[in-house]
Design a protein around this ligand. Structure first.
Ligand code: ATP
Ligand code: LTN
Length: 330
């Protein structure tokens, strides 16, 4: 095994991926392959913490795999697999569950947001962060590239690792969040104070990686702005700020340069140009996605060999945990 540091990340097959998922997470993954030992997972066990239609879940799982490949993740360099194919995740989650505070879980913002006003809230949703901690700790991961919304989950993962280490001796690496330089939090196009989310009931709020060009142009045209009529970068104008962030992330131009270039210009022009920058950035990914997604045999080969490699590594750490906790080895 190489002595490179380990990078781990996962995406839920809970819907079609948005521009937020792409800028905040996905597009950063292939760049890390050269310098790190990368493991990328499709976290289907997390996706079922909210109801999923079986047929749709199956399709979304393969979609994410094809997207991972389309952005340039190379299965020869990185481990690419489906979470449910490596049962060690759920085993470690159980061990960690026995040392996770109920109060801590109930205070997680994602739990509160997703539980919302639902009458019936299931235990899986509450335990979501414990499964995420297991994903990360099972591989001795050093860095976790995720969007800003995952900060609390990473902190909890570190807490659990520390608790286990101090109770049973050094076992887990304390992982660090790898933040995106630009676009760590892409906001909704309709409610720019809310994060862009694939589970938003309003489809105009998000742009999907797989949206066609005309749809992308239309969604940006309808993006909510404000009545101030000047292009500036501040929290009083969250819609414009979000458009500038997206533009900067897709074009590589700095916010200052954009502000200079758009001084005195109208919102309509800005929206059109942002749409074009987005199309330029994600158009090629979309094309590669369609080529790869049709090749079932190739996808199967990738996830089968990925699961084998992942399980081999996961098993090593899991056996250590069992032994330290006092279980009789098999
Ligand atoms: P949902 O929106 O359905 O709750 P999600 O998109 O937040 O789900 P994942 O699919 O697991 O959840 O997210 C994958 C990655 O995309 C994570 O690293 C997450 O931080 C990142 N991400 C999600 N939404 C955004 C966003 N609006 N801006 C930046 N990064 C994001
Ligand atoms: N909660 C994450 C998805 C996720 C994940 C992980 C990310 C599950 N397990 C392990 C990084 C590492 C989210 O992005 N919503």
């Amino acid at each position: 095994m190489s002595d490179k540091k380990i990078v781990y990340s996962g995406i839920q097959p809970s819907g079609n991926l948005t521009l937020g998922n792409y800028i905040g997470a996905l597009r950063n993954f292939p760049k890390l392959q050269e310098d790190y030992d990368c493991i990328y997972c499709i976290v289907d066990m997390h996706a079922i913490t909210v109801p999923q239609e079986p047929k749709v879940l199956r399709a979304h799982t393969l979609d994410i795999l094809a997207l991972y490949l389309a952005v340039g993740i190379d299965p020869e360099k990185s481990i690419l697999y489906i979470q449910s194919h490596v049962p060690q995740h759920v085993e470690l989650m159980w061990l960690l569950n026995t040392m996770t505070g109920l109060g801590q879980l109930q205070r997680m913002t994602q739990f509160k947001a997703k539980a919302g006003d639902n009458k019936e809230v299931y235990a899986g949703l509450l335990n979501y962060p414990v499964l995420m901690a297991a994903d990360i700790l099972l591989y001795g991961s050093h860095y976790v590239p995720v969007g800003d919304d995952q900060k609390q989950h990473i902190e909890m993962t570190r807490d659990l690792a520390e608790r286990f280490n101090s109770r049973y001796s050094d076992t887990f690496v304390l992982p660090e969040m790898l933040k995106t330089k630009v676009g760590g939090r892409v906001m909704s196009l309709q409610e720019p104070t809310k994060k862009m989310s694939k589970s938003d009931p309003d489809a105009n709020g998000y742009v999907l990686i797989l949206d066609d060009d005309a749809t992308i142009r239309r969604k940006f045209k309808r993006a909510v702005t404000d009545s101030q009529g000047k292009i500036a970068y501040n929290d009083d104008q969250p819609g414009i700020k979000n458009l500038l962030d997206i533009y900067s992330a897709c074009s590589g131009k700095s916010i200052e340069d954009l502000l200079k270039a758009y001084e005195g210009k109208g919102y309509g022009v800005l929206k059109e140009d942002v749409a074009e920058a987005v199309i330029q950035e994600i158009g090629p990914v979309r094309e590669r996605f369609h080529e790869i997604r049709g090749n079932k045999a190739y996808l199967e080969e990738v996830y089968t060999s990925g699961a084998q490699k992942a399980a081999y590594r996961a098993n090593k750490i899991l056996r250590k945990c069992y032994k330290k906790m006092g279980f009789i080895p098999r």
